[in-house]
Design a protein around this ligand. Structure first.
Ligand code: ZN
Length: 356
């Protein structure tokens, strides 16, 4: 796979940022209002400083403007903004009854036009009859990666009929960011697809696969797939993991191991999911002073960068993603940065300011 030289100089990139839409204030999105999630949504809204609730008619607009504010005021060079396809049946028909969230690829392409720091992460269920056409179209429009949630969207990635789709994905140099492990925010319809073993076929077809959350638990009673991730990472040099939003009590045992074996790990927040500081203090990974500074930090994107550094992960976790993205996307991004002199210095300045 082609690797663009000097990609670490492009600076920190967040592989896992969600575009969120409730379908009330615009096009391209929908979400189910589940009463059980209300307290968690309120906590997330508070954490990201949203000036309305997740149900508001102004939500779509305010969510994006708040994200742009945090991104601009962080030391991140870029973030991948993610679409979210429907849950679908074997023939590709939409199963709205199984879906809790939908964000169209068009909505993501429209949103990334608001900031040169945003890169589009598309979502295309491979059972869609037009899946290959959509993939080509997305690549032509500058997609940076493909995001799927096999256990939520009902995608058995190992079905031989998807091999053509994965092969084309690899040819287009598009990585696959796939949810693995426990899922808390939306319902899962296939618990058997939480294991990273369901990603074997795309890996064998040559796709660079990023197992979101390194297959860790979300809740204490979730099945544990983390050791499967570690085994598979050993077997497949094209398997990576993302660190989003690994910081909570349920992640500590996995984080302990990842700190010791930080190979092929990528920085991510899972924004707007909240990052927790206290568990790292509890483990003695960060000092009382570091915990105090992190807790005072308002910007959730910057807070996760600082927390990941304080936890002892190497600098390469912030930049290794650049080497996996389509070379044309990286070149275009590098070109747009050159066109804005000082942008890199400004970004690290902002990060330094946040740490004071
Ligand atoms: Zn996510």
């Amino acid at each position: 796979m082609t690797i663009v030289a000097g990609t670490t100089a492009l600076g920190p990139i967040d592989v896992h940022v969600h575009l969120s839409k409730n379908g009330r204030g615009g096009f391209g999105g929908w979400s189910r209002r589940r009463w059980i999630m209300q307290p968690f949504l309120r906590a997330a809204a508070r954490d990201i400083g949203l000036r309305c609730g997740f149900d508001s008619v102004h939500f779509d607009e305010l969510y994006l403007s708040q994200l742009l504010h945090w991104l601009d005021d962080s030391s991140l060079s870029a973030a991948v903004l993610l679409a979210y396809d429907w849950s679908r049946d074997e023939r590709g028909a939409v199963r709205k009854d199984l879906s809790d969230l939908y964000v169209s690829n068009n909505a993501v392409f429209a949103a990334v036009r608001c900031s040169p720091k945003l890169l589009p992460g598309v979502s295309i269920h491979p059972s869609r009859p037009d899946a290959l056409d959509e993939l080509e179209h997305a690549a032509e429009r500058g997609a940076a990666l493909l995001k799927l949630l096999p256990c939520v969207q009902n995608i058995d990635c190992n079905q031989p009929r998807y091999a053509k789709f994965w092969t084309r994905l690899a040819e287009l140099h598009l990585p696959l960011l796939a949810h693995t492990g426990g899922e808390f925010c939306v319902r899962s319809c296939r618990n058997d697809l939480k294991s990273p073993r369901c990603l074997r076929l795309p890996l064998e077809c040559g796709v660079n696969v990023i197992a979101a959350h390194c297959a860790t638990r979300a809740l204490p009673w979730d099945g544990d797939h983390f050791t499967e991730f570690i085994e598979m990472r050993r077997q497949h040099p094209n398997l990576y993991g993302d660190l989003s939003p690994l910081s909570h009590i349920t992640h500590l045992a996995s984080l302990e191991r990842l700190r010791r074996e930080p190979e092929r790990l990528l920085h991510g927040t899972d924004y707007p999911v909240v990052s927790a500081v206290f568990p790292s203090r509890l483990k003695g990974w960060i000092s009382r002073e570091q915990a105090r500074q992190l807790n005072r930090m308002a910007n959730p994107l910057e807070k996760k960068i600082r927390l990941t550094r304080a936890q002892g992960f190497p600098e390469r976790v912030f930049t290794e993603l650049w080497a996996l993205l389509p070379p044309a996307v990286v070149s275009r991004f590098a070109g747009s940065r050159r066109a804005q002199p000082g942008s890199q210095a400004q970004a690290s300045d902002k990060g330094a300011r946040r740490s004071e």
